[in-house]
Design a binder for this molecule. Structure first.
Ligand SMILES: Nc1ncnc2c1ncn2[C@@H]1O[C@H](COP(=O)(O)OP(=O)(O)OP(=O)(O)O)[C@@H](O)[C@H]1O
Ligand SMILES: [Mg+2]
Length: 453
């Protein structure tokens, strides 16, 4: 009880003293103020759970003070003290968020009851606000954008399997959103308040990967100077995300199989068998079936990890998602970079829709962020694109340097220099080592035009 702070605001000194004495005896920490102005000053230094506010005061009246208190601390509970006959004002105060009102002369027992109820409501409010924040936090980075049939299917699988403990194997090219999907499954599961632990299994030598996964005891191998908990332990109660699972060496696969089957293991160099409760989601962009036939991936492990399969198609096979993703990433980048880009030009739209996106959604996200940073107007145009500007609208695939003609390269280089010199023709011509008129001719030939600012 002693933790609660109550602020009493009343211009009647006797009233303040009476209330303050009574509430202190109840174990509250009490501050008093003789006016609204003074109350606001006190609130700058202290946080109150509750305020008792006289409705009728000189200067700032109770209603105005209520508004100001709520503005600066929306969770604070306010009980109004009203004279008989001021029902209308009391009602108005309730509409503005006051918890309750008590009439003068104050019945102290009734006041006590009201205060206790108000404090309960304070806690509820704090809790709800906290939950909301957490949800916003949680879903902020697991938003899966897309209207394509493929993405809708992925989403529906996610929602159906989230609550189960079955293993999930997510497949798709690099940058298609495999980790995002894994995080979404975790966020929607009963394990959401426990940890999501990603492990990249890519190109780690045996011992390191095993120590990463299972932990090690001191002295287990050269360099193991301290005991270390593994990822399986950290993920206990939560989700372990095995990224690039196709890269796990065969020896480690045997150990992994045992954990997947029995949820038990030993730390490297340890004797004690540890038991955990972990949901395993794995991801790969490799052809595991082929690895099985080549003998580099264990078939039994494959079946254990692959109880539920999710395949995310490459972006080029679901082009209807591209523009939605563009909007999403522009908003994200605007926030991150403090800009207010509104979209992409029709020309860029064409380029995006015809491009092959070998780096999939991650590539698109990077292109957009770069565009948002570089753009000089309120829309991303062709000159803000790194290499995509080179792609003619009908061609597909990122141009490999070897597939570019000399002309392509010359054009790109001229554009680059122009951009860097802020379209200063003299400077550009100088850098390029050609006459200004030659530069003009080349610009005309290649259709290079200065973007409108
Ligand atoms: N459908 C989507 N909606 C919103 N963002 C997405 C979507 N798909 C992918 N992203 C974003 O694209 C980026 C790459 O996604 P992610 O890291 O999940 O891909 P990945 O398949 O794990 O790639 P890699 O195989 O290279 O590890 C992330 O920033 C992710 O948030
Ligand atoms: Mg990944």
């Amino acid at each position: 009880m002693a933790l609660y702070r109550i602020l009493i605001v009343d211009d009647d000194e006797l009233q303040r003293e009476t209330l303050s004495g009574f509430l202190k005896k109840q174990g509250f920490r009490v501050s008093t103020a003789e006016s609204g102005f003074r109350a606001l000053e006190i609130c700058k230094d202290k946080n109150f759970e509750l305020a008792l506010v006289d409705l009728k005061m000189q200067g700032m009246d109770g209603i105005e003070l209520l508004k100001k208190l709520k503005e600066s601390n929306p969770e604070i509970q306010v009980i109004m003290i009203t004279a008989h006959g001021s029902v209308e004002s009391a009602v108005q105060a309730m509409k503005l968020g006051a918890y309750h009102y008590v009439n003068k002369p104050i019945n102290l027992e009734e006041l006590k009851l009201n205060i206790n109820k108000a404090l309960q409501s304070y806690h509820l409010l704090v809790e709800i606000n906290y939950l909301k924040e957490q949800l916003e936090e949680k879903y902020k980075d697991v938003q899966i954008i897309g209207e394509s049939k493929a993405i809708k299917e992925v989403l529906s699988t996610i929602s159906r399997v989230a609550k189960a403990k079955s293993t999930v194997l997510i497949r798709g090219e690099s940058g298609t959103g495999k980790e995002l999907v894994a995080r979404a499954i975790h966020a929607l599961s009963d394990r959401a308040n426990k940890r999501f632990i990603p492990v990249s299994c890519a190109s780690l030598p045996n011992t390191l990967l095993e120590s990463e996964l299972f932990g090690h005891e001191r002295g287990a191998f050269t360099g193991a100077i301290k005991k270390r908990e593994g990822r399986f332990e950290l993920a206990d109660g939560g989700t372990l995300f095995l990224d690039e699972v196709g890269d796990i060496p065969l020896e480690t696969q045997i150990k992994l199989l045992r954990v997947v089957e029995f949820q038990e293991f030993e730390r490297l160099g340890g004797k004690e068998t540890l038991k955990v409760d972990v949901r395993i989601i794995s991801a790969t962009n490799q052809n595991l079936e082929k690895k099985i036939s080549q003998g580099t991936f264990r078939e039994d492990l494959y079946y254990r990890l692959n109880v539920i399969s999710i395949f995310i198609p490459p972006l080029r096979e679901r082009k209807e998602d591209i523009l939605l993703l563009v909007d999403h990433f522009i908003k994200k980048a605007n926030q991150k970079c403090g800009r207010s880009i509104r979209g992409i030009t029709p020309e860029v739209k064409d380029i995006f829709l015809n491009y092959d996106w070998p780096g999939n959604v991650r590539e698109l996200e990077n292109v957009i962020e770069r565009g948002v940073v570089l753009s000089r107007s309120d829309a991303i145009d062709k000159s803000d694109l790194p290499y995509l500007g080179l792609v003619s609208e009908k061609s597909s695939g990122r141009p490999q340097p070897a597939s570019l003609s000399l002309k392509d390269v010359e054009k790109a280089h001229i554009e680059d220099v122009l951009r860097k010199t802020d379209w200063n023709l003299n400077k550009s011509a100088e850098i390029l080592g050609i006459h200004r008129n030659t530069l003009r001719l080349k610009m005309k030939e290649y259709g290079i035009v200065r973007p409108k600012d």
